[in-house]
Design a protein around this ligand. Structure first.
Ligand code: SF4
Length: 491
């Protein structure tokens, strides 16, 4: 995925380092609690939230089921409106296409509006290798870029930074990238926003090429949609002569009517706003306004493989609102960098191992980056059952099994380091298939309960070191049921 995360350790190691950082934990706790409380109030205002959620789920499921048809319809509409569509099977192909398009304009710099797809493919690094400098213009992305940092949240990529840290980054780095920070810059939000505005303005007015992502693509008209809070995106979309949009194929919706649902659920779930401040839509090119050339790069990069997975494909419903991150107790403590991917938090834990596979240690660890508390499912505006997919992926990591990779069915071997878990699951499977053995084991456990250790021996020690082992009852449930309800009562 993104080159920026190459070399990250697996989640347990990265999370251990993160939870030891008191400043990081305080920044995250403050930010996630504020956003999730506001979101809960914004959602509670709507009587029909449950219906909207169900409608969003159904629209996405329907579109994914007929994805081929809607993508072809989209291509037709974009082409008819004067745009050019490019299909990219993977990150390398997408980077090749975009780099070629930029180099053909003769320009050596581009402005970008926040796009997770371009972070996913490591586009900035690919452009840099071709001698093209990419300037991030979303405020949080700008902070990340100036700080030579990595994004740690879907909506607020610099959520791990507080205002004092941001002021220091602006003071130290803005001058190296363009207009320096004003003298005596303080850490008040208005001062920081003004510094960023002045810094970015010269880039907006100079750049001839803009690169964007999109929140949605409407198949019936070939229209792309970006929703944002700052207006910087709109500058990127309208001022440059050439606009290149790199978008995951799952972002298509059939009609404008479908959009109506998501334009209600997305802002309330992400920024807790009733309506996002800027909604920009663009369809091909026009003679009198906006870019003279428009290119749409449709990115697969593992998405059709995820689509082939009956349980895991629901992750492609995601509209990147980030509500699941803000309620996740694991994300709140470990932060986004620990996930080793541009998609952090609960959605990252199910999306990244599907897009990238589970062969690496980082990806094999992600399905375990959760307590399975279910809070992420409760808030998800398209009802993705994240815990179900996590358990499904854990099974894949432990047992291996059949998956689709680049359109071909292949059999995965179990990931390394899960032998004890595999043995425990096999033993449990055998015991549950033999009720007599289960009953005898339960009775033996009850009779010997006083002698049970408080921690597990061997490989189980690490598990029980951070958890209380549940006490074994004095009498097995089945025996209690028979004793209190009598024989033949169904136990
Ligand atoms: S999984 Fe659901 S809650 Fe999480 S970012 Fe995606 S749409 Fe939002």
């Amino acid at each position: 995925m993104s080159g920026t995360f190459v070399g990250m350790p697996a989640f347990p190691e990265a999370a251990r380092a993160a939870v030891g950082d008191a400043t990081l934990r305080a920044n995250l706790r403050h930010a996630t609690r504020t956003i999730r409380d506001k979101r809960a109030r914004a959602v509670a205002e709507l009587d029909d939230w449950a219906h909207l959620r169900e409608a969003g789920k159904r629209i996405k499921d329907h579109t994914l089921r007929h994805l081929d048809r809607y993508l072809l319809r989209l291509e037709e509409a974009v082409t008819a409106a004067g745009g050019t569509v490019h299909w990219a099977a993977d990150a390398a192909e997408a980077n090749r296409v975009v780099t070629r398009l930029v180099v053909e304009t003769g320009e050596s710099e581009v402005v970008k509006v926040k796009s997770m797809a371009t972070q996913e493919i490591g586009l900035n690094e690919a452009l840099e290798a071709a001698g093209v400098r990419a300037y991030e213009t979303d405020l949080a992305e700008l902070i990340v870029q100036l700080g030579r940092d990595r994004p740690s949240h879907i909506l607020v990529p610099a959520i791990h930074r507080n205002r004092g840290e941001i002021r220091d980054v602006f003071r130290a780095e803005m001058g190296r990238w363009g207009r320096p920070a004003p003298d005596g810059l303080g850490d008040a939000p208005a001062e920081l926003a003004e510094a960023a505005r002045l810094h970015l303005r010269e880039k907006f007015l100079r750049a001839k090429v803009g690169i964007s992502g999109a929140n949605f693509m409407v198949a019936e008209t070939g229209t792309l949609v970006v929703v944002e809070s700052e207006g910087n995106g709109r500058m990127c979309l309208t001022l440059p002569e050439t606009l290149i949009s790199v978008v995951g194929i799952e972002k298509v919706v059939p009609t404008w009517r479908d959009l109506e649902v998501f334009l209600q659920t997305l802002p309330r779930s992400s920024t807790a706003e009733r309506m996002n401040p800027y909604t920009s839509t663009w369809t091909g090119t026009a003679d009198s306004d906006g870019p003279r050339a428009f290119h749409l790069v449709l990115l697969d990069n593992g998405r059709t493989d995820a689509l082939a997975d009956e349980v895991g494909r629901q992750a492609l419903r995601c509209i990147r609102c980030s509500a699941c991150l803000n309620v996740c107790p694991v994300y709140e403590r470990a932060g986004g960098h620990a996930y080793g991917s541009v998609y952090p938090g609960p959605i990252g834990a199910i999306l990244s191992p599907q897009l990238r596979g589970t062969a690496s240690e980082v990806d094999a660890s992600l399905p375990y980056a959760s307590t399975l508390c279910g809070a992420c499912y409760e808030v998800c505006p398209v009802a993705i059952d994240i815990p179900e997919v996590l358990v499904h992926l854990r099974e894949r990591v432990v047992e291996g099994g059949e998956v689709t990779r680049r359109g071909v069915r292949v059999r995965l071997r179990p990931a390394k380091g899960h032998a004890a878990e595999r043995a425990a699951m096999r033993a449990a499977r055998w015991v549950f298939r033999h009720p007599g053995a289960l009953r005898a084991g339960q009775r033996l456990a009850s009779r010997t309960r006083a002698a049970h250790p408080r921690t597990l021996p061997g490989p189980g020690r690490a598990w029980s070191a951070t958890r209380d082992l549940p006490p074994v009852p004095a009498e097995p449930f089945r025996d209690w049921w028979r004793r209190t309800r009598g024989e033949g009562s169904g136990a």
